[in-house]
Ligand binder design. Structure first.
Ligand SMILES: Cc1ncc(COP(=O)(O)O)c(C=O)c1O
Length: 411
């Protein structure tokens, strides 16, 4: 059965991949809900049970005067155009094609048919599970240490997770290709493989050539999901987005939460060939992305917005370098693990014998948060991360304060 609504086919490579049999039969057969705004969006709109009087927002009255910095509603409204404000009482676009086109342009995929928008990349991950995995039956592969939501979302959707750990020796955090091959052979029905690059909590890039090998590997017939939440903090040329134009079995999640500094608006997206985008679109809630979110995201993905993002990334990457240097000189801090290609640093906390210690790391992490006003994250329970804390790169001042407090506790 073909994917309903599909206009553009997408790449035909690799020969061993066929998307349709991977999709849950009920989803493939789904007649997408046609919402009011799919049909008409101009004229006297009496079709969607909206409120014709307009929004009940005190902030609207204040929006032309100087906005109070603590008034989030007023501040948000001041970012919107008059046209957007006038349509706050209306349901937003179900597609946000203009935003999708802006994302396609900056990320190098052909057009809006190659972009799916979600409420953060967390929603994108969830909908991938819902479209591809039959609850109670299907399984996916993850490569820990990795982003925890792959497992949580699998649990929520009653999907099994086969874990093939990264090679962790010496903090390498690379895919264990041999072990993955063995797992592919033993489990030919895996639906997805999550590759996080740069990884969380590793900060390590997975080389494009290695990802390409997985895509060409006939032993794995599922979809490869490359999570690039942190890609803008890595040197250019490492994004798997280019592979989306070439391979039918790959998709890439990205987000405005990290490099663009817009975690609060909740905008993540998937770059993928049109067949996968179409089936996700058929399945999503009609108005998953709000108008204020789409408007802010459109501004962030404009030429000026991308330039501002690059400046912010350059500053954070400089701060990361300084943070690494300072941590390396701090007594009681061991190796900095991983690739340092994200906006965080993973470092070992040592015990008195100079060994990475979870006990010491928890103690430092808790005391810092509870008595020193600096919150980092304990990651020592992750495979290959014994004794580790993950420190998000903050402002130069914040990083200095974090190292100062950590050094005092490790005296
Ligand atoms: C690897 C990775 N992917 C995805 C996300 C979620 O991002 P979003 O804010 O877009 O939901 C995070 C958040 O920390 C992350 O670390």
């Amino acid at each position: 059965m073909p994917i309903l609504g599909l206009k553009t086919p997408g790449p035909s490579k690799p020969a061993h991949f066929d998307l349709e049999p991977l999709i849950r039969p009920n989803i493939l057969a789904l007649q997408p809900y046609r919402c009011a705004r799919d049909d008409y969006s101009a004229g006297i709109l009496l079709d969607a049970n909206e409120n014709a009087i307009g929004p009940s927002l005190p902030a609207l009255k204040k929006s032309d005067s100087t906005t109070d910095p603590s008034d989030v509603a007023a501040q948000t409204i001041s970012l919107l155009s008059d046209k957007d404000i006038a349509s706050l009482n209306r349901y937003p676009s179900p597609t946000h094609d203009e935003l999708k086109r802006a994302i396609a342009k900056i990320r190098g995929v052909p057009d809006e048919n190659w972009v799916f928008l979600g409420v953060g990349s967390d929603e994108v991950i969830d909908i991938l599970y819902r479209v591809l995995c039959i609850p109670g039956k299907d399984r996916v592969m993850t490569c820990p240490p990795t982003y925890g939501m792959y497992k949580v979302t699998a649990n929520v959707n009653d999907v099994g997770v086969l874990e093939v750990p990264l090679i962790t020796e010496g903090g390498a955090f690379q895919l264990d290709e041999k072990a993955m091959d063995a797992a592919f052979k033993a489990n030919p029905d895996l639906k997805m493989l999550f590759i996080c690059s740069p990884g969380n909590p590793t900060g390590t890039l997975i080389p494009i050539d290695v990802i390409r090998k997985v895509l060409d590997n006939p032993l794995f017939k599922g979809v490869v999901v490359v999570d690039e939440a942190y890609i803008d903090f890595a040197p250019e040329g490492h994004s798997a987005a280019s592979l989306v134009n070439e391979y039918a079995n790959v998709c890439v999640t990205q987000t405005l939460s990290k490099s663009f500094g817009l975690a609060a608006i909740r905008l993540g997206y998937l770059l993928a060939p049109p067949p996968l985008i179409q089936i996700l679109t058929n399945t999503k809630a009609p108005y998953n992305v709000s108008l204020p979110t789409a408007s802010i995201a459109l501004s962030a993905t404009s030429l000026e917005g991308v330039a501002a993002m690059s400046n912010s990334v350059a500053t954070l990457n400089q701060n990361r370098k300084a943070l690494i240097e300072a941590l390396s000189k701090t007594k009681g801090v061991g190796r900095i693990l991983g690739g340092n290609h994200a906006n965080f640093v993973l470092c070992e906390i040592l015990d008195q014998d100079g060994k990475p210690s979870n006990k010491k790391a928890v103690e430092v992490y808790k005391t810092m948060a509870e008595s020193k006003g600096v919150v980092v994250r304990f990651r020592g329970s992750e495979i290959g991360c014994e004794g580790c804390v993950r420190i998000t790169v903050g402002t130069a001042q914040e990083c200095e304060e974090a190292v100062k407090q950590m050094a005092a506790l490790l005296q």
